[in-house]
Design a binder for this molecule. Structure first.
Ligand code: ADP
Ligand code: MG
Length: 375
């Protein structure tokens, strides 16, 4: 089922005269296509949970509408929206077994929705098998790992075959290994069921790795929507560029003069079509080419060999945050450490320029990726 948000807005009023209003969700206007897994991504406090709670009906919007397919659900209470919810803290009933926990939402159905016992049992067992906890049905939540408990929570959210599955930071309580494993599981379950799913996270790597589409937001505002690779390759502003990618993009203070980008005194790249101005120059780690005659000179700090790649760590006086510069080059290269310097030339499509004033992207010829995206 597709989900359409129309000027959806949530304002939390400030407390009496002391605090300002918070616009937690600011004019959300987009469509989540049927059957997709969508990652809602942004830093802590940016309004992700509020957006999810509006979609589920746990919060009432200040303005705007929510559609599930052709139905306006804005006024419909959460229990009648056909949603499945999963939160960070599994919220299982500790005194009930796994099976009883999964059955619970079905046993609560009233009137014409009521199901016969054997049908309930069959459905509970089916979702238990989908999330691979068939062996654990008699256990209590306290007797299981975090990952297993979260699977039970997912099974419980799926047992009523919801139209939309909403997951709010479902992996945050798991340790690193389980987090990886469980996110693969969620991807698999979503692909098998094809239930439209919204997955909230502050972790860009998590969102990038499992989403068909990501929505990047900050301070209540959507900054970009696209396929993960598209958003990574073609960020629309500095925030999005800095938020996505490990290691992160390297941001330099630059100046454009006569269609050339300067970092310090060095003329590092031709940027046809950009007028003279100060810019932020973001360079992805994979955008550097080790080149003894290259135009960009950095101070060499360290070289880390990581199997396939070499990570060259250097510094430069013109970086935005005084952070080290991380460049990733192939192991075919040999880094000469003797001079204490390292020189690079740059791959144009891995260099993103942003207006110094607005932080919006400035496109130059060759600045778009050559990659073609499938629909
Ligand atoms: P996230 O899930 O991205 O961390 P939230 O949606 O929880 O962000 O919060 C977004 C903003 O709304 C924050 O500034 C938060 O303090 C504020 N907020 C959330 N819930 C309430 C509430 N019930 N009352 C007042 N302010 C709230
Ligand atoms: Mg939250």
């Amino acid at each position: 089922m597709k989900v359409v948000l129309e000027h959806l807005t949530k304002v939390f009023p400030g407390r009496k005269g002391r605090k300002q209003d918070v616009i937690a969700v600011n004019d959300f206007n987009f469509e989540i296509p049927d059957g997709m897994l969508v990652g809602l991504l942004g830093p802590s406090g940016c309004g992700k949970s509020t957006a999810l709670n509006l979609i589920s009906g746990l919060e009432v919007p200040t303005q705007g509408k929510i559609w599930f397919g052709d139905t306006d659900v804005t006024e419909i209470p959460p229990e009648n929206r056909g949603i499945g919810l999963v939160f960070q803290n599994y919220a299982l009933y500790p005194h009930l077994t796994v099976l009883q926990n999964i059955l619970f939402p079905l046993q609560n159905l009233k009137g014409k929705d009521k199901l016969p016992k054997d049908v309930m049992l069959e459905r509970a067992k089916k979702v238990a098998s989908l999330v691979q906890i068939d062996e654990l049905l008699d256990r209590k939540p306290g007797e299981m790992s975090g990952g297993q408990q979260q699977r039970v929570a997912i099974a419980r959210a799926l047992v009523k075959t919801p139209n939309v599955l909403l997951l709010d930071e479902p992996l945050s309580n798991l340790d690193a290994r389980l987090r990886l494993q469980t996110r693969e599981e969620i991807k698999r379950i979503q692909q098998e069921t094809r239930i439209t799913t919204i997955f909230v996270t502050h972790d860009q790597e998590e969102a990038m790795s499992i989403s068909d589409l990501i929505i990047v937001m900050k301070l209540g505002v959507v900054h970009q929507i696209g396929k993960p690779q598209e958003v990574y390759d073609d960020p629309h502003n500095l925030f999005v560029a800095e938020f996505l990618g490990t290691p992160p993009i390297n941001v330099f203070y630059g100046t454009v003069k006569d269609e050339a980008l300067y970092i310090g005194d060095e003329k590092v790249l031709s940027v046809p079509g950009i007028s003279d101005q100060d810019v932020y120059a973001g360079i992805r780690p994979e955008g550097f080419i080790l080149d003894e005659n290259g135009p960009l000179t950095c101070r060499l700090k360290n070289v880390e060999v990581m199997g396939r790649d070499i990570s060259v760590i250097s510094t430069h006086g013109k970086t935005k945050t005084d952070k080290d510069i991380r460049s990733i080059i192939s192991t075919d290269n040999i880094v000469d450490r003797s001079s204490g310097k390292v020189r690079f030339s740059l791959k144009p499509h891995k260099v993103h320029l942003f207006s110094f004033e607005t932080e919006e992207r400035l496109y130059f010829q060759n600045s778009r990726s050559e990659r073609h995206y499938e629909d």
